[in-house]
Ligand binder design. Structure first.
Ligand code: CA
Length: 230
């Protein structure tokens, strides 16, 4: 799950980022509205947390432009202005929910979860790949009907591969999906997550192929099944 935080106060942004990362979200932070518009052009986010009072274009303008650009991810507005007019304006422009500063980070996390859950309910929350079922709403995974334990980052890596079965996924793409681009993680760390996933999935006939010098590929299960049987 990728979150974009648009917040010009560095310490607020850092607190929100930490709280969400602890829950397994991959978080990116930008301090300005223009930057927010720019990164949603090239990247897919599951939710945007948007401060209204920003330098340059304000949060209201960001909502307008995101919705005009047909971006349908949930937008959670964060505002210091506790006026009914502002709240109504944000919601009218296409925001999905709002929080008034100051708020506790657990409340932020709860709202984010609820909004993502709601938006996923519209798009189908379960990913099925042979004997593997990933319930992205309940955040539970099952293999051959048994619960499968996955660490937050193993989950994120698997989710990216499952979204592109039989397609080569570059290490950079995986790194981005797992961490957001501002954080530093080495390609070696990705290898570790991949090898842990293999250990868990290969006994069930699910295989992740290494594409040397580039990345990884999750092999389509139906093609894989006969080899397991025979
Ligand atoms: Ca602000």
């Amino acid at each position: 799950m990728r979150v974009l935080i648009v917040e010009d106060d560095p310490s607020l942004a850092a607190g929100q980022r930490r709280a969400l990362q602890l829950e397994g979200f991959a978080v990116d932070v930008v301090p300005r509205g223009e930057a927010a518009i720019q990164c949603t052009e090239g990247e897919r986010f599951d939710i945007v947390i948007l401060d209204i009072g920003l330098p340059g274009i304000d949060g209201f303008e960001v909502i307008k432009r995101l919705r005009r650009g047909r971006h349908e991810m949930p937008i959670l507005v964060v505002t210091a202005r506790d006026s009914v007019g502002d709240r109504v304006r944000g919601l009218d422009l296409g925001a999905d929910d709002y929080l008034v500063k100051p708020f506790a980070n657990p409340e932020l996390v709860a709202r984010v979860r609820a909004l993502v859950r709601r938006s996923q309910a519209r798009t189908g929350p379960k990913i099925v790949h042979g004997p593997l079922i990933m319930d992205t709403v309940a955040r539970r995974c099952f293999l051959n009907g048994q619960p499968l334990e996955l660490a937050a980052r193993e989950w994120a890596v698997l989710e990216v591969l499952l979204a592109r079965v039989e397609k080569i996924v570059s290490k950079d793409t995986i790194i981005q999906a797992v961490t957001g681009w501002v954080e530093d993680i080495s390609p070696n760390a990705i290898e570790v997550y991949i090898s842990r996933l293999r250990a868990k999935l290969e006994p069930a006939g699910i295989s992740i192929r290494t594409v040397r010098g580039f990345g990884y590929l999750l092999v389509d299960y139906p093609e894989n099944a006969p080899a397991v049987a025979g």
